[in-house]
Design a protein around this ligand. Structure first.
Ligand SMILES: [Zn+2]
Length: 1012
């Protein structure tokens, strides 16, 4: 255990602290181990990917000497360890197995780890750096006979140099062993000396942190001096009790009445994939939970919170014995499922339905296995928080949010730690940022003091939460952390510390702060702005499969109702869970190693194939026998004469005409006239109904711009504002030609090339489909559209609505928002006229104002197409890409919403007998169906999710095309909700009164339900 000093100049510290530090390092620390006996080691190096215990135990083990290297990157070595204690266990002495796999001083969770099993395969405890002496493997007589599954995980993050590394793929990581087995002993640990160590550490840290003129400090220094005097350095074990008695009064001096109250919650942040692949996360979960359960056996007051139903599900599958023990602790209330989400997802990029399903999948799983809901929202590490989250969370029954990521902001500081967060629809969510500014606390005195001094709401609130335990790569709390925290229960000079549940903390915090300050709108993270763009194939797979899931559920539900086809509930649940996993906050944002993204792209492709098959099967059942051409319109708006959500004969396709004029090509239909010049640039885009030109005079659109992209740190994560200093316009000569109804532009730049097809599509849209062969490094590719609209704000779609963000940089908050995210559309508007830009897979952008020839300003909207960071994936995003964007001159927001669905839901035709009436129709402009499905509980009820998309109060009706036995509003878990937006049901017509951006889930009771 090391002393954690505050930033005080060490020379100012009295000698007592320095003396204690040296005594700890040279005498007390070593005296914790009273005696040691080496164990007999043999090893088997698993040849490929990890194998189950049953296979490993049958392998051939060869003798293995301590001091021998082991472990090529990502490989697994199984060690068999057999031995006996050096002496019979005695009172005050505990036998432990001490194994040093070659741990470094680097962070736990980023290097070698292991899991100990009994010879019959029961996992007992994990081994990790700073947690490598454990009692769990020792038999009552002090003997040991265990198998150790040791994972040679490389430290990809190393010293935060962010240099390109081959370690992120097994194929490139090399075969050189990374580690040396340094020690493997059965030791006898002197618990009294371990107690003395903790006493000394806590008091020395406190003395070093207190003001020099503090009486408390002076008294602690005296006590430390006296304890040193009481300790015989040649007989630490024999005099430890005497020294502890000297320190006891200093440790017993209680906290002052105004001390803040910290609720410490055991935790391990386990990234579901990041600098390790998903398969390793599964083992990290097992190791961490083995540790947590061992600590719970020893300490009845220990409480641990864990999020992510997915991680519980992995444990249930991989380690059923551990899962059974975990479930018992959940019943006791000490192991606390939190979050209620499938994973700790990103919240900027997942679509509305997907973010809702994170909560549905997670909370349903917790309910099913444990009968609990997962309390509040637990997202300590996600990269900013969408303004849609409060409403979604509340509709999933969540009462609060925990995060600390806002402490990573590079410019501004959110002025509260405990507050009420108001989402885009006005829903409020009680929110706490642990002021300790980490989710990986270790319970040291400097941390407790940072939490106290940093707490922005100290004037009105006294309570803070402290999540403690090694994290990112898991590991969790250690015995040393518990020893420290126990000493801070009531200790003069630090906040009081109580180990408790998040639920107890939030209840007390809410009771104490009845009128919390309000923060309105998104919790934009002023960092990691590159995560809207990095690893575009992963993002594209996500966008595609979100929309295919919409189609698959809609057509499966329609087929179940119309033609009694079986509803593929099991397959849909599995596919949803898979997509939800891939929205984890280091996968969808693109901040994981190559291995993770290679798998994510392949997984998305497999999911697509399965969804396409499900859709084809539903539509075949619906369309029936026949050879008529039908269009299946999954969009919320009619398409080619086919009703929204229905199947019918489409009107003939229409496309604009292309004509050449002297300097380029003209694309024209009844709504739009566009001109592309000889260099492939968009020089005119006219909304014909109004006659208005939307390309500002003297500018050209469809302009790619290439920026140098060298963030100071966190390459795949960050776009630094300095990127704007250099921009190369790719507006030189290009190959431009007409091809049918399209204009084709081919352009080469650097080692890369791109080809675009520009054409007009019905709905007043200029569609631009681009394929890029991207071979750059450390560049950012933007696609710019100057728009002749004066707008101080740009509207961008988020989940179930949109947010407006400044196009200027008046305040430091506006300036820091120099790169933002959007879903399917953005809109720039003046009263009565606007322009929409829609996309099928582009999440990042920036929108600014430009001086307009002739006076005033116009807008410049630039989509972020590709990046090429070199860490953690040195080959990020190289290769072929495809994306589509659309421009809609004269579009209102409601048109943008419709076009956003249209570009993401490709026209789907099918041959069959005849039309299929939609299950429902919506009356009311701007009220949009997001999801149609059958109920999660298998009742056969129809569940329809819709939302008010324009940001206004309105009335609407859902007209049902099916027989029903009642309609009610339900929450996301499909349980009755009050107060309801449903004002009445007249026959087949459910009338709704909606406030801005209100999400409504309707459950349509079906006559065939199993209810009486
Ligand atoms: Zn994380």
């Amino acid at each position: 255990m090391r002393i954690r000093l505050t930033e005080t100049d060490h020379r100012d510290l009295p000698r007592a602290v320095d003396r204690v530090r040296r005594i700890l390092e040279e005498r007390v620390g070593p005296a914790v181990v009273r005696a040691a006996a080496p164990v007999e080691v043999s090893a088997w190096h698993a040849p490929g990917e990890p194998v189950p215990f049953a296979e490993a135990v049958r392998a051939e083990y060869a003798p293995f000497a301590v001091g021998t290297p082991w472990g090529a990157p990502w490989s697994t070595t199984w060690f068999r360890l057999r031995g006996a204690a050096p002496a019979a266990p005695a009172p005050g002495l505990r036998a432990e197995l001490l194994v040093d796999l070659g741990f470094s001083a680097g962070a736990p969770g980023f290097q070698a780890e292991g899991l100990l099993y009994t010879p019959d395969g029961v996992p007992v405890e994990g081994l990790a750096p700073r947690r490598h002496s454990v009692p769990g493997a020792i038999a009552a007589d002090g003997s040991v006979d265990v198998l150790l599954e040791a994972a040679a995980n490389p430290d990809v993050l190393r010293d935060l140099s962010f240099a390109p590394t081959p370690l992120g793929e097994r194929a490139t990581a090399g075969l050189e062993p990374l580690y040396v087995l340094r020690r493997a002993d059965v030791v006898l640990v002197d618990l009294e000396v371990r107690g003395l160590e903790a006493d000394l550490v806590v008091l020395a840290e406190l003395a070093s942190a207190l003001p020099e003129d503090s009486t408390r400090r002076a008294r602690i220094l005296v006590a430390l001096d006296a304890a040193c005097a009481a300790l015989d350095l040649d007989d630490v074990a024999g005099t430890a009790a005497r020294a502890r008695a000297v320190l006891a009064p200093a440790l017993a001096s209680p906290a002052v009445p105004s001390a803040q109250a910290i609720t410490a919650v055991g935790h391990a942040h386990i990234d579901s994939a990041w600098l390790w692949p998903i398969r390793e996360t599964r083992r990290k979960v097992a190791r961490t939970i083995a540790n947590v359960l061992a600590l719970m056996d020893e300490d009845p007051g220990f409480v641990y919170a864990m999020s992510s139903a997915q991680q519980y599900a992995w444990l249930e599958e991989d380690q059923p014995a551990l899962f059974a023990r975990l479930a018992e602790r959940v019943r006791e209330g000490r192991f606390v499922p939190v979050g209620g989400m499938w994973v700790e997802s990103d919240t900027n990029l997942p679509g509305g339905e997907a973010l809702a399903r994170q909560f549905v999948a997670g909370t349903r799983w917790f309910r099913d296995r444990f009968g609990v809901d997962g309390e509040g929202v637990w997202l300590p590490d996600s990269f900013g928080y969408t303004a849609a989250l409060p409403q979604i969370a509340r509709l999933a029954g969540k009462r609060w949010l925990l995060t600390q990521k806002a402490s990573w902001n590079d410019t501004n500081r959110i002025p509260h730690h405990t507050f009420s967060w108001e989402g885009l629809d006005g829903t409020r969510l009680f929110t706490h940022f642990p002021p300790v500014d980490t989710y990986n606390a270790d319970g040291s005195v400097p941390e407790l003091l940072h939490s106290e001094r940093n707490f922005a709401d100290a004037a009105v609130a006294t309570r803070a939460l402290l999540p403690f335990g090694h994290g990112d790569g898991g590991g969790g709390p250690t015995r040393e952390m518990l020893l420290r925290l126990a000493r801070a229960r009531s200790l003069e000079g630090v906040p009081t510390v109580e180990i408790g549940t998040p639920q107890a903390f939030y209840r007390a915090a809410e009771e104490e702060l009845t009128e919390p300050a309000v923060w309105a709108g998104e919790l934009y993270l002023e960092l990691h702005r590159g995560t809207y763009t990095s690893q575009r194939r992963t993002k594209q797979g996500n966008r595609r499969n979100e929309h295919l899931l919409r189609e698959a559920e809609l057509w499966a539900a329609t087929a179940a109702i119309r033609v009694a086809a079986p509803y593929p509930a099991v397959a849909l649940e599995r596919l949803w869970r898979h997509v939800l996993l891939l929205q984890f906050h280091d996968i969808l944002p693109g901040s994981a190693i190559a291995w993770v993204h290679r798998e994510a792209v392949a997984d998305h492709a497999a999911i697509t194939a399965e969804l396409e098959a499900l859709i084809a099967s539903s539509l075949a059942a619906l369309a029936g026998e026949g050879d008529a051409l039908l269009l299946a319109n999954a969009a919320p708006d009619p398409r080619r004469g086919v009703a929204a959500l229905g199947v019918g004969a489409p009107t003939p396709p229409r496309s604009g005409a292309v004509t050449a004029d002297g300097s380029g090509f003209v694309l024209e239909d009844e709504a739009v006239r566009a001109v592309v010049d000889a260099e492939g640039m968009l020089v005119s885009l006219v909304h014909r109904a109004s006659g208005r030109e939307t390309v500002p005079p003297g500018t050209r659109g469809n302009r790619f711009q290439l920026h140098e992209d060298h963030p100071v740190r966190w390459d795949a994560w960050d776009v630094d504002r300095e990127y704007r200093a250099t921009a190369v316009d790719l507006d030189g000569p290009a190959e431009v030609r007409a091809d049918g109804d399209a204009v084709v532009v081919v352009r080469r730049f650097g080692r890369s090339s791109l080809e675009q097809r520009l054409r007009l599509v019905p709905g007043g849209e200029l569609r631009i489909e681009t394929t890029v062969d991207w071979q750059e490094r450390e560049k950012l590719l933007k696609l710019a559209f100057p728009v002749d609209v004066r707008a101080e704000r740009v509207a961008s779609e988020v989940q179930f609505g949109h947010v407006e963000r400044a196009t200027h940089a008046n305040t430091s908050w506006d300036a820091a928002r120099f790169e933002t995210s959007q879903h399917r559309w953005q809109h720039l508007g003046e009263p009565g006229f606007g322009v929409a830009v829609v996309n099928d897979s582009v999440y990042g952008s920036d929108t600014t104002r430009i001086r307009r020839e002739g006076g005033g300003t116009a807008s410049l909207l630039r989509l972020s197409i590709l990046r090429a960071a070199r860490f953690p994936d040195p080959e990020q995003d190289r290769g072929a890409h495809r994306f589509a964007v659309g421009l809609l001159p004269g579009a209102r927001v409601v048109d943008a919403v419709a076009a956003g669905y249209r570009i993401n839901l490709l026209e789907r035709t099918v041959r069959g007998g005849g039309a299929v009436e939609p299950l429902l129709a919506v009356e009311g402009e701007g009220v949009v169906v997001e999801s149609v499905k059958l109920a999660e509980d298998g009742d056969g009820d129809i569940v329809v999710r819709l939302y008010e998309a324009l940001g206004r109060s309105t009335e609407a009706a859902v007209v049902l095309g099916v027989a029903h036995e009642g309609v009610e509003e339900v929450d996301l878990l499909e349980d009755p909700l009050a107060p309801s937006a449903l004002v009445g049901v007249d026959g087949g017509r459910a009338r709704l009164r909606l406030r801005p951006f209100r999400i409504v889930t309707l459950r349509v009771r079906r006559p065939h339900g199993r209810r009486a």
